[in-house]
Design a protein around this ligand. Structure first.
Ligand code: UD1
Length: 420
C-alpha cells in the first residue's frame, strides 16, 4: 500500500459489517438445517476462511451481491483441517457449533494475529462444563459430546471467544445454561440477535450474564450485521490525524464511545446521531489522558494501535497501557522508522508528540498494527510504503478504497519478492 501523506480527508462513507460479528455468526449458521442470509457481509480474508470451513463441512455458501448465503441443511463431516484452523483465531468458534450440531468435533489449535499467548483453556473448560469430553492427541483436539447438558458456567476472564463458544454449544444442550462474567462486546449481542432470529432462546448478551435454553434444530433466517466499530475507529483516527471532516454511517456511535471521547479530548469535534458519526479536525491534536485497554465497554485493544498512530504528532504526551494482549505493540518499531517518539516498557507505551513524521518503508506486523501504519502514513511527509498488507486484508474489506473515497492519496501495488 502506497500512501502519500498530507491530504485532508473529507466525505461520507458507510462502514462495513463487523468482522467480529460475522465470524461467530457464520459458525452459528451450522445450527440451522436451513438457509441463512447474512446481509452487509464484508468480503474479508477471514470471512473467506470461514466460508472455506463451512464448505469443507459440507455446507453450501455463496455470495449474492453484499449478502452471504449459507445453507447448512447438510453437514457431512465434523473436523476442521489444521491448514484452515491456522488461518485465523476465530476458527475455534466452530468447535461449539460443530459439537452442538454433530455431537463430535475434531480440530487443532487456532492461528491468528501474533499478539502473544492466546490460550483456549476457557473455551475448553466451558465446553467441558456442558458435558463435552475433550482429549488432546498430538496437537489435535478430539471432542465428544453425544449429549450436551445445560450448566452454570463462570468465566474467569470475560473472553469474547469463550463466551461465543459456550453460547453456541449451549444452544444444542438440553436445559438451561447460564454464563456468568460473560464478555459484553456488541458483537455478542449481534450473535444473540442472529440466534434468536433462528428460533434459539438466548438472553442477556451485552450484559455479564447470558442465559441459553437449548433447542434443536434451529431454522434459517435473514440477518443484517452491525457496523464494524474498529473499522470506524480507524477512519476516525485517520481523519483526526490528517485533518478534515468525515461522516461515517452504518455504525452505532454507542459502541465507540471510549474512542470518540479520546479523540474529542485530543481536540476533534465529534457529533453523533443514531444515523451517523461526524468528525472535524484541524489536524493539530493534543495528548490525552492515559488510554488503558480493557474488555468492552472499556477502550478496545483493537483500536489501540490506530489511536496511537493518530496521536504521534500531537502536542504533549499520551500514555497507553495494553491490558489485553502481551505482544500488542509490534507496530511501534515500524512507527519509529517514520520518526515517531514512542517509548515502550512492558505493557506501557509513552507517545511524545513529534513535529512531523516522514514517509518510510514499513511492514504490517498484524491486522490493526497494519492499519495504524496507514493512519501514520496519511499524516507523514512524503511517501509511506506499507508491505505485508495481507494482515490488513483479514479485517478491512477495502481500506485503501475507503480512504481514497475520503480524499486520501493511497493505492495498492502488487508485492515484489522483496516485500514478502
Ligand atoms: C476477540 C476479538 C479480538 C479482540 C479480543 C479482545 C473476535 C473474532 N476477536 O478475540 O479482535 O482483540 O476479543 O477484545 O471477536 N484468554 C485466556 N484463555 C482463553 C481465552 C482468552 O486466557 O481461553 C485471554 C486472552 O489471552 C486475552 C483475554 O483473555 O488476554 C481476552 O481474550 P478474548 O476476549 O478471548 O479474545 P478473542 O475472543 O480471541
Amino acid at each position: 500500500m502506497i500512501v502519500e501523506g498530507g491530504r485532508r480527508l473529507s466525505g461520507q462513507l458507510t462502514v462495513q459489517g463487523a468482522k467480529n460479528s460475522v465470524l461467530p455468526i457464520l459458525a452459528a449458521a451450522l445450527l440451522s438445517e436451513d438457509q441463512c442470509r447474512i446481509q452487509h457481509c464484508p468480503r474479508l480474508r477471514d470471512v473467506e476462511t470461514a466460508v472455506e470451513i463451512l464448505r469443507y463441512l459440507g455446507c453450501e455458501a455463496r455470495w449474492e451481491g453484499q449478502d452471504l448465503l449459507v445453507d447448512a441443511t447438510v453437514v457431512s463431516r465434523c473436523d476442521i483441517p489444521d491448514v484452515l484452523m491456522r488461518k485465523m483465531r476465530s476458527s475455534v468458534i466452530f468447535l461449539g457449533a460443530i459439537l452442538s450440531r454433530c455431537g463430535h468435533a475434531e480440530i487443532s489449535y487456532p492461528g491468528g494475529c501474533e499478539l502473544g499467548p492466546r490460550p483456549i483453556d476457557l473455551h475448553l473448560a466451558a465446553l467441558r462444563s456442558l458435558g463435552a469430553e475433550i482429549r488432546e492427541e498430538g496437537g489435535s483436539l478430539q471432542c465428544s459430546a453425544p449429549r450436551l447438558q445445560g450448566a452454570e458456567i463462570v468465566l474467569s476472564i470475560p473472553s469474547v471467544g469463550a463466551t461465543e463458544n459456550a453460547v453456541l454449544a449451549a444452544c444444542g444442550a438440553e436445559g438451561t445454561t447460564t454464563i456468568s462474567n460473560a464478555a459484553r462486546e456488541p458483537e455478542i449481542a449481534d450473535l444473540q440477535k442472529f440466534l434468536c432470529a433462528m428460533g434459539a432462546s438466548v438472553h442477556g448478551a451485552g450484559s455479564s450474564t447470558v442465559t441459553v435454553v437449548g433447542k434443536k434444530p434451529l431454522h434459517g433466517c435473514d440477518h443484517t450485521l452491525i457496523g464494524d466499530r474498529i473499522v470506524a475507529a480507524t477512519y476516525l483516527s485517520a481523519a483526526a490525524a490528517a485533518g478534515g471532516e468525515i461522516c461515517l454511517k452504518g455504525v452505532d456511535y454507542r459502541h465507540l464511545s471510549t474512542v470518540t471521547t479520546a479523540l474529542q479530548q485530543a481536540g476533534c469535534r465529534i457529533s453523533c446521531s443514531p444515523e451517523s458519526i461526524r468528525l472535524w479536525s484541524n489536524g493539530v491534536l493534543r495528548g490525552v489522558s492515559p488510554i488503558r485497554t480493557s474488555p468492552y465497554p472499556g477502550f478496545p485493544t483493537d483500536a489501540q494501535a490506530e489511536v496511537m498512530a493518530a496521536l504521534l504528532c500531537s502536542r504533549g504526551t499520551t500514555v497507553f497501557v495494553e491490558n489485553m494482549f502481551e505482544n500488542r505493540y509490534r507496530h511501534v518499531p515500524e512507527l519509529q522508522r517514520m520518526g515517531a517518539d514512542v517509548r515502550l516498557e512492558g505493557r506501557v507505551a509513552v507517545v511524545c508528540g513529534v513535529e512531523k513524521l516522514h514517509g518510510a518503508r514499513v511492514h504490517a506486523t498484524d491486522l490493526r498494527g497494519g492499519a495504524a501504519l496507514v493512519v501514520a502514513g496519511l499524516q507523514a511527509e512524503g511517501v509511506t510504503q506499507v508491505t505485508q498488507t495481507h494482515h490488513i486484508d483479514r479485517g478491512y474489506a477495502d481500506l485503501a478504497g475507503d480512504l481514497r473515497s475520503l480524499g486520501a492519496e493511497i493505492r495498492t501495488e502488487e508485492a515484489t519478492d522483496e516485500d514478502t
